[in-house]
Design a protein around this ligand. Structure first.
Ligand SMILES: Cc1cc2nc3c(=O)[nH]c(=O)nc-3n(C[C@H](O)[C@H](O)[C@H](O)COP(=O)(O)OP(=O)(O)OC[C@H]3O[C@@H](n4cnc5c(N)ncnc54)[C@H](O)[C@@H]3O)c2cc1C
Length: 373
């Protein structure tokens, strides 16, 4: 008998515990994606393809009512709707969710890790998108596959890692991605995007402009010999205390640093860094440096440098600054926190306040990092 994913579709489903900012939110419709076999049914639903109790592959002008879970219930005309709203939810650690999401949330729960190939230099490893990112980092080190140690303790799923090209302590995930397997919800096709086609850049990739791509799996090319990146910020000072540090030592140092600086989302709602570090042309950066000699600057290329948004905020004395339910985290100025029951509107108006203060003081625009749904 054909499996019907819509039997498992929930209505008015609470997302409040599924986003680390802990915003109060619910989805009109919600489904857990545990098997890639379900993708074509979901694609038909999103694209308003008619379905009935026999099968789902008959294109037509009718579609199932969003409020009806029965496969026999074909009630709503959707000739005027091109596509239903949807988005993929991973760990919810980089999202600003609305109080009500008018569409389908696809919660990615695809699991599995497979070693595809290895030689003396590389291990090629395929990881399904619903695996927890930090569990995979630990797993890779336990198998002597190196490279991801600087990205330890970043919350979220493997499938979301390429979306914003996660990065920390001088390393970005793009350096270890061989290719990404996606399902195009519009065409119903499986695609493979090699590293170049992903167009990775600072906290960005092609996936941000292709919401129709559901990441199914990420294939990593990891190193068989560790090559430690230890020059960034506090890491250098801590690792210098260890004789002959290993990749596992580096992971531990990074976990300790992160745990001391970043709020635990289980205790206080946050999405990590709330703003991007601005990338500016060298001339602008040099002018800023004359006025603010302590401003941390990181070279990007011959013409551009990245400056620390956290420093800009901290330098205005805004650590611990609070309005209502929302504030700047007292130990890390780049992190905004939800003290209690904040909404999307509250968090965004507080963010605007901070952006305006930064612009007034430095004439620099800081952009919001998490995805606003
Ligand atoms: C305490 C804390 C610290 C953090 N530190 C860092 C850091 O150091 N560096 C860093 O880069 N980020 C950091 N983040 C941000 C966040 O952890 C990452 O962006 C992470 O990759 C988000 O993963 P997620 O599974 O939670 O994605 P979600 O928040 O669920 O989704 C994020 C976006 O990706 C899309 N998406 C998710 N899964 C898929 C999929 N399978 N297919 C297609 N689209 C998908 C979603 O639709 C959404 O647009 C931090 C967050 C927190 C809370």
């Amino acid at each position: 008998m054909q499996k019907n994913v819509f039997m498992y579709m929930h209505q008015n489903y609470s997302l409040s515990k599924l986003n680390t900012l802990r915003l109060i939110s619910q989805a009109d419709n919600f489904i857990s994606l545990t098997s890639i076999d379900d993708l074509s049914d979901i694609s038909n639903y999103i694209n308003c393809v008619d379905y009935n109790s026999v099968g789902f592959n008959h294109a037509g002008s009718n579609c199932v009512s969003p409020n009806c879970v029965s496969p026999n219930c074909v009630t709503a005309k959707c000739a005027d709707i091109e596509q239903r709203n949807f988005f993929v939810l991973g760990g919810g650690s980089n999202l600003i969710l609305p109080e009500v999401y008018p569409g389908l949330v696809i919660h990615n729960q695809l699991k599995g890790i497979e070693l595809l190939a290895q030689d003396d230099i590389y291990a090629t490893v395929k990881v399904m998108a619903g695996e927890v990112w930090d569990d995979f980092v630990e797993y890779s080190l336990n198998n002597n596959w190196f490279g991801l140690e600087n990205l330890s303790l970043i919350p979220g799923t493997v499938g979301a890692a390429p979306i914003q090209n996660i990065g920390a302590y001088g390393v970005e995930v793009k350096s270890f991605i061989d290719y990404v397997e996606v399902y195009d919800i519009n065409s119903g096709q499986y695609l493979i995007l090699n590293n170049e086609k992903c167009s990775f850049s600072y906290r960005n990739s092609v996936f941000k402009i292709m919401p129709n791509y559901i990441v199914i799996a990420v294939v990593f090319r990891l190193l068989k010999q560790a090559k430690l990146h230890t020059s960034y910020g506090d890491v250098a000072a801590q690792i210098a205390k260890i004789k002959h540090p290993t990749a596992s030592d580096l992971r531990k140092v990074i976990i300790d640093i992160r745990s001391s600086k970043l709020p635990d989302p289980k205790l206080i709602g946050n999405v990590g860094s709330f703003f991007h570090n601005p990338i500016l042309d060298i001339e602008t950066v040099n002018k800023l440096r004359i006025k603010f000699p302590k401003l941390p600057v990181y070279e990007v290329d011959a013409c551009h440098s990245k400056i620390s948004a956290g420093w800009l905020i901290d330098n205005l004395g805004l650590k611990g600054y609070r309005v209502g339910n929302v504030g700047v985290y007292e130990k890390q100025a780049l992190v905004l926190v939800n003290y209690d029951k904040a909404t999307k509107t509250e968090i965004l108006s507080f963010a605007k306040l901070i952006q305006d203060k930064i612009f007034a003081a430095y004439k620099v625009k800081i952009n919001i990092e998490p995805i606003i749904v």
